[in-house]
Design a protein around this ligand. Structure first.
Ligand code: MN
Ligand code: MN
Length: 476
């Protein structure tokens, strides 16, 4: 029998803000859909570990879903009309998609923007050397990593080499079951007394992140560096490359393991690179599934977020502005710069990025009243930055009000997000660069545990809710 609620209990329900657990609020169908969605997500994580792989895959899926390349539209001087779907893969590292709305582009567009680069180790430009009759590769880490997490785990290598004759070579080694993997060794505890006394930031150094790649010497008494020679010979036979080719290469080292369900209840996913593929993938799938939209929808997937978004493939570039300018000019015969400015100032964006979930092992870093919890739905983060909101992208209350109304009316469970206690640290996303264009922007993603580690953990119900939220936003 249901107990009758007291006046105080009723009042509390009415007045208090409380984030709900999405699992508790979901039907069996919702749960089934979430699990199914995440099976595809895991496959995508395994096949798209780098920004280039993600961009290529997104381009392929776009074509399959009837998106036409922007180059085609420009070349054939086609006019954009409502319902048209356009994509552009920018320098093989960033992606832009648009579904043209019923309203003219000048009315503003709905943007979702995520990043598709993740923390990793990059090979240096002259990486190969031999020491102690073993061959190794020198690396330079990319993004904010805890270096000690990258030793003694299986690693794979992904990327491109531009050969002396200009030919582009794609390389992936370490992902196929029959592939060898690479690894960085760690010191045995027996001899680690000195190392263990060091600060965690110094126990493993940047110059110590050298990758073990071989140990068989080339059989010739007269040469030095026989193991290095043997490895370069193997690479030459397989790929036709010489040592100088590494100078014009981008080779990325990432964990070799696959995405896995985490927990006896399989409610979570553990995988490399979920910052920010956990937002990039749902936003891509949401954009691909759009049919008729009122306002034009734009998806931007950028590179270089983990090192500050600069460069011609990062969010600080003109890429998004240029893309929207093309949309305006291809749909309006009387295009002027004012068309673009008007559009940008009327546009809104969800900056799709992750936040730190409250971790029971490290809960002292979070303000529990304002932190993001696993399984409690999508995260809406009003501001980023650090210290006195320095470097913050701070969303306007009016825009948050619109989103509250939208998400509440559509049953999207959301929670608030702040990256750690005040003065504990902080960080930023691509939000600020788009806000500079006049767009209303807010960060909106999901919580992650072990962020920036080789095995980041997310919650399946949050991911599925995020997909639904991005779709609803695009359609609003
Ligand atoms: Mn991120
Ligand atoms: Mn990050």
């Amino acid at each position: 029998m249901e107990e009758t609620k007291t006046e105080g209990q009723k009042l509390q329900e009415k007045l208090f803000f409380k984030a709900a657990n999405v699992w508790e609020k979901s039907t069996e169908d919702d749960k089934k859909n979430a699990f199914e969605f995440c099976e595809e997500y895991k496959k995508f994580l395994d096949s798209s570990k780098t920004e280039r792989e993600f961009a290529a895959e997104a381009g392929k899926l776009s074509r399959q879903h009837g998106f036409v390349s922007l180059d085609d539209i420009m070349k054939n001087k086609k006019k954009l009309i409502p319902g048209m779907k356009i994509y552009s893969v920018h320098r093989k590292k960033s992606v832009l998609l648009a579904v043209i709305g019923q309203k003219p582009v000048e009315y503003g567009v709905n943007i979702v923007g995520a990043h598709i680069d993740s923390p990793r180790l990059d090979l240096k430009q002259n990486p190969v050397y031999e020491d102690t009759e073993m061959a190794l590769l020198k690396t330079h880490y990319y993004g904010g990593i805890k270096k000690y997490q990258w030793v003694a785990i299986p690693l794979s290598i992904h990327g491109v080499i531009v050969k002396g004759n200009g030919e582009l070579l794609n390389i992936v080694v370490g992902e196929d079951e029959i592939d060898p993997v690479l690894t960085i060794t760690d010191l045995l505890p027996h001899l680690a007394q000195e190392q263990m006394q060091k600060k965690m930031s110094e126990g493993i150094t940047g110059e110590g992140l050298n990758i073990l790649i071989g140990s068989i010497p080339y059989s010739d008494e007269k040469v030095k560096d026989k193991v290095k020679l043997n490895i370069l010979n193997l690479l030459n036979q397989k790929y036709g490359i010489i040592e100088e080719d590494f100078q014009s290469a981008e080779l990325e080292i990432v964990p070799a393991f696959k995405a896995k369900d985490v927990g006896f209840d399989r409610s979570m996913i553990g995988a490399y690179g979920q910052d920010d593929r956990v937002c990039a993938y749902p936003s891509l799938i949401a954009a691909l599934s759009l049919e008729k939209v009122d306002r034009t929808s734009v998806l931007i997937l950028t590179d270089k977020e983990e090192i500050g978004s600069m460069g011609n493939t990062g969010a600080e570039s003109n890429m998004l502005e240029d893309f929207i300018a093309y949309l305006c000019s291809c749909s309006n015969d009387n295009y002027t710069d004012i068309s673009l400015r008007t559009c940008l100032n009327k546009s809104r964006m969800l900056s799709a990025d992750v936040n730190a979930g409250v971790d029971p092992n490290y809960d002292s870093v979070s303000d529990k009243k304002n932190a993001t919890y696993m399984g409690k739905g999508i995260m809406i983060q009003k501001y980023t930055g650090s210290r006195g909101k320095a470097g913050a992208s701070d969303a306007n209350a009016e825009f948050i009000g619109e989103l509250r109304l939208l998400f509440n009316s559509r049953g999207i469970i959301w929670q608030t997000g702040e990256l750690g206690k005040v003065d504990m640290g902080g960080g930023g996303t691509i939000a600020q660069y788009v806000a500079n264009l006049g767009v209303d922007v807010i960060d909106c993603g999901v919580p992650v545990l072990s962020m920036h580690s080789p095995f980041e953990v997310t919650n399946k119900m949050d991911i599925y809710t995020l997909y639904k939220a991005y779709k609803i936003f695009f359609e609003s």
